[in-house]
Design a protein around this ligand. Structure first.
Ligand code: UD1
Ligand code: CA
Length: 447
């Protein structure tokens, strides 16, 4: 949003008991980021963010601060309703001249574009703007009450609604914006708790505004966008929606997802053009895949960078800090952690590369292991450009393999190897002619 600054108040003090979790509800994740992070990201165009938490939810306050160091945290001592929760942040909005938007920390699917529509409505003269939606099942939601002219005259909570009012399917998402901090403060002051739940309902602000002759407006959104997360099942449903969006966006940008429904992406996954992702791939946070790279079936990738034209998998695991340069090849049953794989280098079969660098064009044979951990500390392995590591070698770190060197298969290399040298540690082969035939003859006599 480019307009004058606004203030977002994110409500997150609800206990979330239906999650049956030791973790605060808004710290559960979808698409690799917390529910709170999704809401804060949607509100990123809003200049100031406040988060209302309950006591003993310090972790939520810390998470909010980590996402946005300027976020202000307010503690609502007792959960006495949504209006009461907003009131807790009074110090932030009381003298705030710009618009104030109230969001829920457990409604992570809201799009920034919908918040933009709220801003437009405010800029167009509205005093209070609410996001409404057509609910497939309106049970439990506040109902939008319209006057003869179609103007929003109030919101009735489900528990307080009459039979007639309960037939209304146009529901309140809970997301509401006010022209200014003063507009909000003037309305909040007059909200009581004479209702079925004995709570201070923020939704009562609508009828008060209407009666004051202020302009109330509703912006409609899809139900999907304002769906809240209250249980593990709803968390999974929200995950499914986020994944659909992420897959659609990757394809939109020119990636091929062979079986999109089997590919799991993260909120921050960066995927270039002509990237091919085969079925059953899981991509955690912090991954970028450059143009023309191919991720074959059954790979798990997190906090890794994959260069142009590189290929990964099938069945590869790239752990945090794995960086593949252009045209690098990482094959089946290979695990890479905190290592750089140089341009055109090949690590194709059954290998562990940890805390290492593999130079350009090097060939790491099947079954190679970097022994990076001695039980106390991690050590580095440097594999020079153009070198050849024979199959089933153990490279005991710290160790350096010079450029262009050869390592004989089955070696345990614990000392540095000079460039262009051959190093091997296996014992030389001996042969006993006829030994096997004699052994078989001896055995058959004994029977
Ligand atoms: C609210 C709305 C309802 C709307 C529905 C949409 C009110 C009175 N009702 O109902 O019209 O259809 O959301 O989901 O606003 N919270 C606090 N402190 C409190 C109470 C709530 O921080 O004291 C937070 C919760 O953590 C949650 C949000 O506010 O994020 C909504 O609270 P909740 O109790 O779930 O409201 P609903 O009854 O679902
Ligand atoms: Ca709710």
């Amino acid at each position: 949003m480019t307009q004058t600054n606004a203030l977002a108040i994110i409500l997150a003090a609800g206990k979330g008991t239906r999650m049956k979790s030791g973790l605060a509800k808004v710290l559960h994740k979808i698409g690799g980021a917390t529910l709170l992070a999704h809401v804060m990201k949607a509100a990123a165009g809003v200049d100031r963010a406040c988060v209302v938490i309950a006591p003993e939810m310090e972790a939520v306050g810390e998470a909010a601060k980590a996402l946005d160091p300027t976020a202000e945290i307010f503690v609502q001592r007792e959960q006495r309703g949504t209006a009461h929760a907003v009131q807790t942040a009074e110090a932030a909005f009381a003298n705030f001249g710009g618009p104030v938007v109230v969001l829920y920390g457990d409604t992570p699917l809201l799009r920034a574009g919908t918040l933009g529509e709220i801003r437009q409505a405010l800029d167009g003269g509205a005093d209070v703007v609410v996001i409404g939606f057509e609910a497939a099942d309106p049970t439990g939601y506040g109902r939008m009450l319209l006057d003869a002219g179609g103007r929003l005259l109030g919101i009735r909570e489900h528990k307080d609604a009459s039979e007639e009012e309960r037939k209304v399917t146009l529901c309140n998402s809970g997301i509401v914006a006010f022209r200014s901090g003063k507009t909000l403060g003037d309305l909040l002051r007059r909200i009581g708790n004479d209702n079925a739940k004995g709570e201070f309902y923020l939704t009562d602000a609508l009828a008060l505004a209407y009666d004051d002759g202020l302009e109330t407006r509703m912006v409609r959104s899809e139900e999907e966008e304002v769906r809240g997360v209250n249980s593990r099942a709803e968390l999974a449903a929200a995950e499914a929606i986020i994944q659909q969006r992420l897959r659609a966006s990757a394809m939109e940008k020119g990636a091929t997802l062979v079986a999109p429904e089997t590919v799991f992406l993260s909120h921050d996954t960066v995927i270039g053009k002509d990237v091919i992702i085969e079925p059953n791939v899981v991509i955690g946070p912090g991954v970028s895949i450059e143009d023309g790279a191919t991720i074959k079936a059954f790979c798990h990738i997190e906090r890794a960078q994959i260069g142009k034209g590189a290929t990964v998998g099938p069945f590869a695991r790239l752990r945090p800090g794995a960086t593949l340069a252009k045209d690098a090849h990482v094959g089946n049953f290979v695990e890479i952690k905190q290592s750089d794989i140089g341009e055109g280098a090949k690590v194709n079969h059954l290998t562990y590369i940890g805390d290492a660098s593999v130079g350009a064009g090097a060939n790491v044979g099947a079954g190679t292991i970097t022994c990076n951990y001695d039980g106390f500390a991690k050590h580095r392995t440097e594999i020079g450009a153009g070198s050849f590591i024979g199959s089933n070698s153990a490279l005991v770190a710290p160790v350096k393999i010079g450029e262009g060197a050869y390592i004989g298969s089955g070696s345990v290399i614990s000392k540095d190897v000079s460039p262009d040298a051959l190093a091997l540690t296996r014992t030389s082969q001996e042969e006993r002619p006829g030994w096997a035939a004699k052994m078989r003859a001896r055995r058959s006599r004994k029977k």
